[in-house]
Design a protein around this ligand. Structure first.
Ligand code: TXA
Ligand code: MG
Length: 331
């Protein structure tokens, strides 16, 4: 199996990564949420390489990562509520979808040809050092093949692109990501914000700084607004996913949560507890790695215990629901 190169995220390797980006190559890097597959956001050919490497539909736009608000303002128009949200939550797990500036230097492909651009200043020191060294926007979706589970460590990225001639030239390694689920995507218009993707920042946190429009995505909400990416099948392991399970059925792998979880019966390797203490933030950190590990056991089904909706639990439930729905439509 041919794996792409993983290097520790030290200063020399960040300089090298910035050089690769300037040459139009792909570089995977950690953010506080998940690892991203980065390319120069101003280079059409480099951005096209992201879509090709992931097998991502061209209609699904990309997030442009920037080092700070000044850099973001080169690409999009910020109104008062967008400014408030950016000032409150950047660097951090908030993506703002804003009108593209007419003379925006960002490749039109990051917007999938549309009038908006998604921007984020990630709250991870290595990502920020890379963005500062590069000096421009870096387009970066999660560094997984389209429709699969997002990577929360460098090894996951290497697995995703093993034997892929379009694999990133380099993966910068900073260990496991501290948040574990993707950023909250908020579209800002004059009528206020709308959550297009539930993420690690909650609606309650956002509402302290800007009003959220009716129709904004709420956990489990039907008919809500959604980003193009949320319409695709997503976060799917190979195994089927059975939600709200209180115990595993014979042959199933089991993803438990909390102190009340049944102890593992059967194979120890097929049992994980997202947070034995019942902490949703710890569960978010473990979610994708445990889904990958349980999937790798070859079990036909992963049974998952109920997870509370509080805080980041809303995003965990959203991702699990999508992972389960994928299998239902495939059957
Ligand atoms: O935490 C994250 O957001 C990670 C890290 C790497 O930053 N990135 C990430 O990117 O999750 P991706 O491409 O896997 O998901 C981006 C989401 C998709 O649902 C996409 O449709 C939406 O953001 N999006 C991007 N640009 C958009 C735009 N202009 N309008 C509406 N939705 C947009
Ligand atoms: Mg993704």
């Amino acid at each position: 199996m041919e794996l792409c190169e993983i290097r520790p995220g030290n200063r020399d390797n960040v300089t090298y990564a910035a050089q690769l980006l300037a040459e139009g190559r792909l570089v995977a890097f950690p953010t506080e949420t998940v690892y991203g597959l980065g390319a120069d956001a101003e280079n059409d050919v480099a951005v096209a390489a992201i879509y090709a490497a992931k097998g991502r539909p061209a209609r699904n736009p990309l997030i442009v990562h920037v080092a700070n608000l000044e850099c973001a303002r080169r690409y999009a128009a910020f109104d008062a509520s967008a400014l408030k949200l950016a000032q409150a939550f950047w660097p951090g797990p908030l993506t703002l979808v804003l009108p593209r500036l007419a003379d925006s230097a960002a490749s039109l492909s990051v917007s999938a040809g549309g009038p908006s651009v998604a921007l984020r200043v990630p709250g991870h020191p290595l990502a920020l050092t890379l963005l500062e060294a590069f000096g421009r926007g870096v387009a970066a979706p999660s560094a997984n093949r389209s429709g699969r589970i997002s990577p929360t460590c460098a090894e996951h990225v290497a697995e995703e692109f093993a034997n892929n001639p379009l694999a990133p030239a380099l993966i910068l390694d900073a260990g496991a990501t501290p948040v574990g689920v993707e950023s909250t995507v908020v579209e800002c218009t004059s009528e206020g914000g709308a959550i297009l993707r539930v993420g690690s920042l909650t609606a309650a946190q956002l509402e302290r700084f800007a009003p959220l429009r009716a129709g904004s995505a709420r956990p489990g909400g039907e008919g809500a607004l959604a980003s193009p990416g949320m319409l695709e099948s997503h976060y799917a392991p190979c195994a089927r996913v059975r939600l709200n399970a209180s115990y595993p059925r014979p042959g199933e792998a089991f993803l438990a949560f909390g102190p009340g979880a049944p102890q593992h019966e059967g194979e120890v390797g097929r049992y994980r507890n997202l947070s034995p203490g019942g902490d949703v933030e710890e569960a978010a950190r473990h979610l994708y790695a445990y889904l990958r590990e349980l999937d790798a056991t070859g079990a036909p089904c992963i049974a998952v215990m109920p997870i509370p909706f509080e805080g980041v639990g809303a995003a965990i439930n959203d991702r699990l629901r999508r992972a389960a729905a994928e299998r239902l439509t495939a059957e």
